[in-house]
Design a protein around this ligand. Structure first.
Ligand code: AKG
Length: 327
């Protein structure tokens, strides 16, 4: 099931669907070109510089970066340049440029993410990862690490809220006779620079999406890791179960990637898109964009009052504590 080779880039979306099923990822060549490409790259670089200048820059992937704890929680200062962080992450891209909002509703997303998740899906995270020289491997993981594993009837199970990113042994070595979970997440990597092994192209293990297992977090040298090497303008779509992670940047140029991550509508979004959306953008958002951001009610979930709600308003009418009229 695990393969030591992957698919080549294609412009044929039917081939891409075959690649998704077999390898867990596909590469669409020239998915983002012309003005869309130029604007996206320029906007990303401009935003990254401004966030850095304003002390907002989030940095990870440093070789000596130490994770600091405060009150039993990871302290935000861990993810700074001063603390040894290298790769720059930008979050909540829905607020940071029309080009990024266009990625959320792109026809290739409709077709390929729709192929994995069905017609309805919502934005989980919209982020960029600028992998910079000196950045180390992120380590293989899946984007649905929180998904409960199949179990035997009557068998005790890991309580869902106790599932951890570090992957319990029952996740690393599951009982495969019980079957596997379906994908409930799909991810899109928009390559805004060439991706090469030396500049930190995404690492992945082809076919791992069908293994039912999660990668061991301690020793990953045993896996046949490939790098998603492709030209700028390529879109990589991948299954939420695929083992992947940022590669080490051993070169001297930045690797520019935008990650648009979707989940099916019954799961929780990683970024709180509905609360986080810049209120000034609401009027310009299409119904499709509002739906993808999570404003659309799905089978009565996500509603505020009536289960008949379709798209909830950004400033909903809240029925508060009421008292009947005195007779
Ligand atoms: O930057 C990449 O290549 C992948 C990033 C990733 O896997 C993640 O942020 O979870």
């Amino acid at each position: 099931m695990i393969l030591d080779y992957g698919p080549g880039p294609t412009a044929d979306t039917e081939q891409a669907k075959i690649d998704l099923r077999k390898f867990g990822f596909c590469l669409i060549k020239d998915a983002i070109t012309g003005e869309f490409f130029t604007e996206s790259k320029a906007r990303l670089l401009e935003q990254a510089t401004a966030e850095e200048e304003m002390g907002l820059s989030f940095r990870d992937g440093g070789p000596d970066q130490e994770i600091k704890m405060k009150d039993d929680r990871i302290d935000q200062s861990s993810f700074s340049k001063g603390n040894g962080g290298v790769n720059q992450r930008l979050w909540m891209l829905a607020n940071k440029g029309k080009c990024f909002r266009d990625m959320i509703v792109h026809p290739l997303v409709d077709e390929l993410v729709g192929h994995i998740l069905g017609q309805e899906f919502i934005l989980s995270t919209h982020s960029a990862n600028i992998a910079k020289p000196g950045g180390v491997r992120m380590g293989l993981h899946t984007d649905q690490w929180w998904m409960p594993q199949p179990i035997k009837p009557q068998e005790d199970y890991l309580r869902p809220s106790e599932i951890k990113r570090s992957a319990a042994s029952s996740f690393v070595e599951p009982d495969k006779t019980l079957g596997i979970s379906p994908p409930v997440v799909a991810n899109c990597m928009w390559m805004l620079s060439d991706f090469s092994k030396s500049n930190g192209a995404t690492e992945l293990v082809a076919g791992s999406h069908l293994s039912g297992a999660h990668p061991n977090q301690q020793d990953q040298t045993i896996y046949p890791i490939l790098n998603a090497e492709a030209k700028a303008g390529t879109l990589m779509v991948f299954d939420g179960r695929l083992w992947h992670g940022t590669g080490a940047n051993t070169g001297n140029s930045d690797r520019l990637g935008v990650l648009t991550t979707f989940c099916s509508p019954q799961f929780r979004q990683q970024e709180n898109q509905t609360l986080g959306l810049d209120r000034d953008l609401w009027e310009s958002c299409s119904e499709k964009l509002k739906s993808r951001l999570g404003f659309k009610v799905w089978n009565a979930y996500g509603r505020i009052e009536s289960s008949m709600d379709h798209i909830i308003d950004i400033e909903p009418n809240r029925i508060k504590e009421l008292k009947p009229n005195k007779k």
